[in-house]
Structures are given as structure tokens and as C-alpha cells.
Design a binder for this molecule. Structure first.
Ligand code: G3P
Length: 218
């Protein structure tokens, strides 16, 4: 399972990259707006910090403009993945960019039918938004299970399932049980994954007992 970090906050990216657990980054227009930074500058800086895939989303909705934007984003760095929405124009752009050798992340996926279209368009990644489905009473992780099951039936589908809109560690656990390829994690969720009270209690007891020995290792 690959861990991408879902943020455009370069300080957070640097901090979490230091854990050695980060395989890539995903951004979107909302995350870029939250960063307060110029889009092209922050994408360039993220690509310098993280050698893995960095998703940068187009802002247009028509194919011609999306294609031009995608080509510009792809030129920023070799590890840029162009993100397009799961719309007819978005998938047309996906197919065109893939034909040029550019990796594409098809985002805003909310149904198995949409995920099939993304795979047929040659998407490198499809991003089902599990948290937003949960928010409206639909089983977001059920969608992941459906997509994984469908994709497993077609070896010609090269699209990786990138679980997005993750809200808590259980989304990650279930994604692992289902065999999703990637999860993209808001920084707080990644940090939450470390936490367990029994770990804290056990470490405190080890340290207390070690202190009683009066020994040191170095
Ligand atoms: O990568 C997509 C993600 O940023 C969306 O998350 O919490 O806005 O549904 P959220």
C-alpha cells in the first residue's frame, strides 16, 4: 500500500516526508487555495521535496484548455501527475495526456461505473472520495471494494485505486483489507495512525523498569 499525503502545505509535507513513510502527494484546487501559495510555485517545491508522484489538478473544464493546462503542469517536474475531473472532457484529456506519456489521476469518482470509465481512459490513478460518500450516508469503502473487484477482472486495466477523502485511520485499515493500491492521507490522519494508549502505557513501563536497572546501552 502506498501512502500519499493529501495537502499543499509544504511544511507538513517536509515534516511527514521525514518519517520515510510518504510515497507521494495529492493536491487539489481547494488545498492549493488553503496554502495561500502560487499554484505553480508550490507544485514545483513539492516535487523537489517528494520524489514520488505529485498530483496537480487542472482548473479548466473543457478538453482543449484542460489539455493545455495538463501539458504545462507536466513540464514542472518529471514526477507531476496531472489530475482531471471524472467528466467526459476530463477523460478525453486523460486519454490524450496518457498517449503523450503523462501520468493522470482521475478525481471526483463516486461510483463503480465512473471507475470503469477512468480505467478505460487509461488513468494511472482513480480517486474515489470515500469520506464524501460517507458524509451522505453511502458506504464509501463499499465503493472501493466494488472497484477493486471490477479492476481485478481485467488485467488490461492499469489504473491504481487511490483512496481519497480519507477521514480516519479505519478508512486506511479497510482500504488495506480490500487491496487498494494507494491511500492519500490528510496529515492529521497519518499522525493518528501511530496512536494507541497501550503503546504509550507499555513504553512508559519499559522505560521505568529500564531506569531501575541503572544501566545504559551507549
Ligand atoms: O484528495 C481529495 C481530498 O482532498 C478530498 O477530501 O475531505 O475534502 O472530502 P475532502
Amino acid at each position: 500500500m502506498k501512502f500519499f499525503v493529501d495537502t499543499a502545505d509544504i511544511a507538513e509535507i517536509r515534516d511527514l516526508a521525514a518519517t520515510g513513510l510518504v510515497d507521494g502527494v495529492t493536491t487539489n484546487p481547494s488545498l492549493v487555495a488553503k496554502s495561500g501559495r502560487k499554484f505553480l510555485d508550490v507544485v514545483k517545491e513539492i516535487c523537489e521535496v517528494i520524489p514520488g508522484p505529485v498530483s496537480a489538478e487542472v482548473a479548466a473544464v473543457d478538453h482543449a484548455t484542460m489539455l493545455g493546462e495538463g501539458r504545462k503542469l507536466a513540464k514542472i517536474a518529471h514526477n507531476v501527475v496531472v489530475k482531471v475531473p471524472l467528466t467526459p472532457d476530463g477523460l478525453k484529456t486523460c486519454k490524450a495526456l496518457r498517449a503523450e506519456g503523462t501520468k493522470v489521476n482521475v478525481t471526483l469518482c463516486f461510483s463503480p461505473a465512473q471507475a470503469i470509465l477512468a480505467a478505460k481512459a487509461g488513468a494511472s490513478y482513480v480517486s474515489p472520495f470515500v469520506g464524501r460518500l460517507d458524509d451522505v450516508g453511502v458506504d464509501g469503502m463499499g465503493l472501493i471494494g466494488d472497484i477493486v473487484q471490477i479492476y481485478d477482472s481485467y488485467p488490461e486495466f492499469e489504473t491504481e485505486v487511490l483512496v481519497a477523502s480519507v477521514r480516519h485511520p479505519m478508512h486506511v485499515v479497510v482500504a488495506g483489507k480490500l487491496g487498494a493500491d494507494v491511500v492519500t492521507l490528510p496529515p492529521p490522519v497519518l499522525r493518528q495512525m501511530f496512536n494507541h494508549p497501550l503503546t504509550d502505557m507499555g513504553l512508559a513501563a519499559f522505560l521505568a523498569d529500564w531506569a531501575k536497572t541503572g544501566q545504559s546501552i551507549v
